[in-house]
Write a protein that binds this ligand. Structure first.
Ligand code: MN
Length: 299
């Protein structure tokens, strides 16, 4: 049996009263492979007229990866892309040197259930040209009474279309009647399992909705039980070897790289163009959590 480490996700308010569970990063675990951020939003029902509305904000040195389970969200970005994402689809935005985007529930869409992930870019890709891709169709198959959707990477002879830049995998596991899964693992990968709906066990241990089950590299199989009507997200990847500093919506290889991104956002430089649409609301970055003096002290 693998050793499973339980990591507590924490409730976080995105603003506008939108509560999410943040499973990465936490004090216990920063990353799983290159996956460096994981929010589970929902399942939630909005009052008529309400919804998720995230104003214009920047990203750097990462890919944002949206897996939509329920609802409809409109993505707009500073490259001019406007894309509605629907259940069963993935949006992948490669920030590279810099991009800005907004996310809004589509009017009339009152349900929401999604996983919002970030993937840290390796050093050679960290400052690449920004780009955005929408993947409406993903590899799906049924096995062991479970419906598999391959979100990223390769598994069981299939490969997901999302262009990623580190060895990693992401799989949605859903079972309407209940399933007792024995999954083959890549022993060079570390893995995490996050319940998204219903009762989920990993290696025989019940994993609560606010917990991530972590399995270190070296394991070759993982036993997962899904109760009827439950769903879980399996993430894996080669442990990320490079330093990753995360602050607000920025990723970088050092505090200086992140501080420069924040300064460029605050100064409104051409690195972060506007998302042009009526009523655009530009989010303000909170003050950096470290001062220069503190920085020097740590050298
Ligand atoms: Mn974002």
């Amino acid at each position: 049996m693998n050793h499973i480490e339980r990591v507590s996700a924490r409730a976080t308010d995105l603003g506008d009263g939108m509560q999410v569970l943040r499973a990465l990063p936490t004090r216990q675990r920063r990353m799983i492979g290159a996956w460096c951020f994981l929010d589970h939003a929902g399942p939630v029902s909005f009052a008529p007229g309400a919804g998720m509305h995230v104003g214009a904000h920047p990203h750097t040195c990462l890919q944002t990866f949206t897996w939509l389970i329920e609802g409809e969200i409109l993505h707009r970005d500073s490259l001019g892309n406007e894309q509605v994402i629907r259940p069963g689809q993935v949006n992948l935005m490669t920030a590279g040197r810099g991009i800005v985007h907004t996310e809004d529930s589509v009017a009339g869409s009152q349900q929401l259930n999604l996983a919002q992930l970030w993937i840290a870019l390796p050093p050679e890709m960290a400052f690449c040209e920004p780009r955005f891709e929408h993947y409406p169709v993903l590899p799906r198959w049924d096995d062991q009474a479970c419906s598999f959707t391959l979100l990223a990477g390769s598994y069981a002879g299939r490969t997901a279309p999302a262009q990623v830049h580190s060895p990693l995998v992401g799989i949605d596991l859903a079972s309407s009647d209940g399933a007792n899964l024995s999954l083959a693992l890549d022993p060079s990968f570390e893995y995490g399992i996050l319940p998204l709906e219903g009762d989920v066990t990993a290696e025989g241990e019940a994993i609560a909705m606010h917990e991530l089950a972590y399995s270190a590299s070296g394991a070759t199989t993982l036993q997962i039980q899904l109760a009827a009507g439950s769903r879980a997200l399996l993430l894996g990847g080669l442990p990320f070897a490079e330093p990753v500093v995360m602050w607000w919506n920025f990723v970088g290889s050092s505090k200086a790289v992140v501080a420069q991104a924040q300064q460029d956002w605050e100064n409104g430089t051409s690195r972060f163009p506007a998302v042009s649409h009526p009523g655009e609301r530009r989010l303000v970055a909170p003050a950096l959590p470290w001062s220069d003096a503190h920085n020097e002290k740590n050298l």
